[in-house]
Design a protein around this ligand. Structure first.
Ligand code: ADP
Ligand code: ADP
Length: 232
């Protein structure tokens, strides 16, 4: 479902050149959860941002759902990106909109009929367990609740792929666990393929089918949890 082929990303600022990613190839099969771990500066953010072309690789290819994203026109890319949901460490909710209206936002942009929006948002509120918070503003919510809203909002567009950028890094361990359980449930129920980046080992042990280890822009290992974490 997601395939990176020989992706290299070079940042150039004046006289400083950084290879954030060097010849990274990885595959996430449909319905699987891949976790990418690595220390700060390893290239994790750059990697996940290359999957929806928020960053354009300097070389290499990016395939999502069989499409080579690098070859798409900007309107085709906009369409392809609807298949790619993303959640962030700091949730990125709209503070002037209620929980309901945050989740409705992508549907409004798509000009979905009002009645359909209402039904869909209520269904998503139920999925993430926030029916009672529909009319609250984000400032009244806990971190875990905010991330649930962000998850519901991104699912509103029916993505096939979900990118999680340090999605639990701002949360305490118990809340992290409950968000990861929700993500696993979404992965199983909706067959959504998940790529997540994290600096926390516990996160990948919790929900990932496979783990990849990134170190100074290079993928140094990829395998099942037991392969990567077993001590010889
Ligand atoms: P991580 O997410 O693992 O912390 P990043 O992908 O943010 O790593 O960064 C990888 C490397 O690329 C770092 O050395 C970082 O400073 C550099 N980098 C990331 N984004 C940019 C940018 N926009 N311009 C220049 N250098 C960047
Ligand atoms: P993260 O912790 O997720 O890696 P950072 O704080 O490293 O995030 O980076 C935040 C933003 O700044 C990202 O968009 C990244 O691409 C950019 N960035 C990171 N390092 C550099 C850098 N050395 N120069 C310019 N931009 C950078």
């Amino acid at each position: 479902m997601i395939e990176l082929k020989h992706v290299t990303k070079i940042f150039q600022q004046k006289d400083r050149i950084t290879a954030a990613l060097s010849d990274v190839s990885l595959t996430v099969p449909e319905g699987k959860v891949l976790g990418v771990i690595g220390e700060s500066g390893a290239g994790k953010s750059t990697l996940i941002r290359c999957v929806n072309l928020l960053e354009r690789p300097s070389s290499g290819e990016v395939f999502v759902d069989g499409q080579n994203l690098m070859e798409l026109s900007s309107s085709e890319l906009a369409k392809a990106r609807r298949n790619i949901g993303m959640i962030f460490q700091h949730f990125n909710l709209l503070s002037s909109r209620t929980v309901f209206d945050n989740i409705a936002f992508p549907l409004e942009l798509d000009k979905t009929p009002k009645a359909e929006i209402k039904a869909r948002v209520n269904e998503l509120l139920k999925l993430v367990g926030l029916e009672k918070k529909a009319n609250d503003y984000p400032s009244k919510l806990s971190g875990g609740q905010k991330q649930r809203v962000a998850i519901a909002r991104t699912l509103a567009s029916n993505p096939k792929v979900l990118l999680c950028d340090e999605a639990t890094s701002a949360l305490d361990p118990a809340t992290t666990h409950s968000i990861l359980s929700l993500l696993k449930e979404i992965n199983r129920q909706m067959n959504i393929t998940i790529l997540l980046i994290t600096h926390e080992m516990e996160v990948v042990k919790d929900i990932c089918d496979e783990v990849a280890v990134l170190h100074t822009g290079r993928l140094i290992e990829q395998g099942s949890i037991s392969e990567i974490f077993s001590t010889p």
